[in-house]
Ligand binder design. Sequence first.
Ligand code: GRF
Length: 194
Amino acid sequence: MDNRRIAVLLSGRGSNFVAIHEAIERGDLEAEICCVISNRADAEGLERAREFGLDAVCLPSRGMGREEYDRLLGRALEPFRPALVCLAGFMRIVTPVLLDAYPGRILNIHPSLLPSFPGLHAQRQALQYGVKISGCTVHLADEGVDSGPILMQRAVEVEDGDTEETLSARILAEEHQLYWRAIALMLARLTSAS
Ligand code: GRF
């Protein structure tokens, strides 16, 4: 398999996308970002993608049903022929419409040690529960919220006096180290399977 193209889907800041881009630029990750798609026009990540000269596409999702939107996404992705679709702060749940088009090839990153604390505000959930260790997870997406087979995780200690902001920042730093490594693992698996 010589297809090392990855598509990135995001909804906001896009720091994980930038970290993946930087890993490619450094030569740590042998891949090519073929497109960045956002469901929100004001996503900072979309702006960064344009600055990097990447194909940046806005596909607004407002008012659309999940499956209807996934059909649109599928059509937008098709010409780029990505080997992997990487959800990076993409605030929508994907349906079988997209999952079936890219079986075992859609990745997601989440700021907790799944299966603990799926869903929104994972870092706040971790603090409220009182866990002493949290972290981040890259997993294959399925129809659930932050569920699906786990690919890689990193642990982050919760420190006395941590706030949602301080814990989120330390977890995010680990996310930036984790996602590109999980992508490399998946691309290596796909290569050996072909
Ligand atoms: C990250 O914490 C990621 O784990 C979660 O959403 C956040 C996205 O951040 N799914 P960014 O847009 O990559 O900066």
